[in-house]
Design a protein around this ligand. Structure first.
Ligand code: AMP
Length: 307
């Protein structure tokens, strides 16, 4: 009998080489599904779908399993290499540059999800090729709420596929610049409305160090990011946000969130993103406790208090 509260994520599982003004790592665990799953694991049961190569070893599996993440749907391709991304950030960490992307095992990935994954109530389509997102969406017949993330690369080279994928989900999470680019509408509210016209009822605009905004057909909400003293590597912040956001929604146990549920989910998403950026890759989130998560929620309450 599948767990009634379970969240499935498909997305990249990666090794990243990252340089920021505060240091660099030549090979760290990353990928949209990994950052998402670690963040969501604080709130619910998470199952990761995606391929890895045989360079993805016990150490990497152990990091996921150590957080209770179900790895049975991670397909290990013999002789294959894990997805690889190299990038760097400018002094303004909002400005990221991709230096290399090697799809490797993702190039031939044919998603076939298990019965348990198909039965998950909540589905997150992390940043991968939009046609793969659509295939997983079609196979996840039990999903009552599906959300999607993407990036400028797919807007550039697979716009039609991405629009089709968006029309098949309930919620879209994108950077504000990506929303403007995709809709060709500079005003964020009007741009979010254009995305909702494609089908989704909920749009989240991630705004880097400036926070995030939520748009639904019945109202809006916006939250600043915490003002942190230590910011070392923003890689995975968007996926950690999505993990906190959807992990919290899944923990509610119903799949028709109202504006109040979504507002609280925004705070959990922002909380997980704030931890993610404090250190390289998954280093900070990996060592995090649930008490620290709750304490940071209070920091948000204090930051946004207004009388
Ligand atoms: P973000 O939350 O946007 O910072 O996501 C960062 C993660 O996305 C990194 O860990 C990369 O491994 C992964 N990534 C970068 N480019 C791609 C791509 N084209 N497809 C899938 N994942 C990617």
């Amino acid at each position: 009998m599948p767990d009634p509260m379970a969240l499935t994520v498909v997305g990249s599982i990666a090794f990243d080489a990252v340089r920021t003004p505060f240091g660099e790592r030549e090979r760290q665990l990353g990928g949209s599904a990994v950052h998402f799953a670690l963040a969501a694991s604080f709130f619910t049961d998470v199952r990761v779908v995606g391929p890895v190569g045989d360079d993805f070893g016990d150490e990497e599996f152990a990091i996921l399993a150590g957080h209770g993440v179900e790895t049975a749907d991670i397909e290990r391709v013999e002789g294959g290499q894990t997805f690889f991304w190299r990038g760097h950030y400018e002094h303004d960490l909002n400005v990221a540059h991709t230096d290399d992307t090697q799809l490797n095992v993702f190039a031939d990935f044919e998603p076939k999800i298990s019965a348990e994954a198909a039965a998950s109530d909540l589905l997150f389509l992390g940043n991968i090729q939009p046609d793969l997102q659509r295939q997983v969406r079609a196979e996840a017949t039990g999903a009552k709420f599906a959300a999607l993330d993407s990036m400028n690369l797919w807007i550039d080279i697979a716009r039609d596929g991405l629009c089709a994928a968006i029309s098949e989900v309930d919620c879209v999470l994108l950077n504000d610049a990506e929303i403007r680019m995709l809709t060709e509408e500079p005003n964020l509210i009007l741009a979010a409305r254009k995305l909702m016209e494609l089908g989704p009822s909920t749009v989240v605009a991630k705004r880097g160090e400036y926070g995030a905004a939520l748009f639904t057909r019945t109202g809006h909400f916006a939250l600043p990011a915490l003002l942190l003293e230590e910011v070392r590597d923003p890689t995975g912040a968007g996926d950690s946000f999505a993990g906190g956001f959807l992990g919290y929604l899944d923990s509610l146990g119903h799949y028709d969130p109202d504006l109040g549920d979504l507002r609280r989910a925004m705070v959990y998403g922002s909380t997980m993103a704030s931890f993610n950026v404090e250190d390289f890759g998954t280093e900070r989130v990996r060592s995090l406790s649930r008490d620290e998560v709750e304490a940071r929620l209070e920091d948000f309450r204090e930051l946004t208090r207004f009388e």
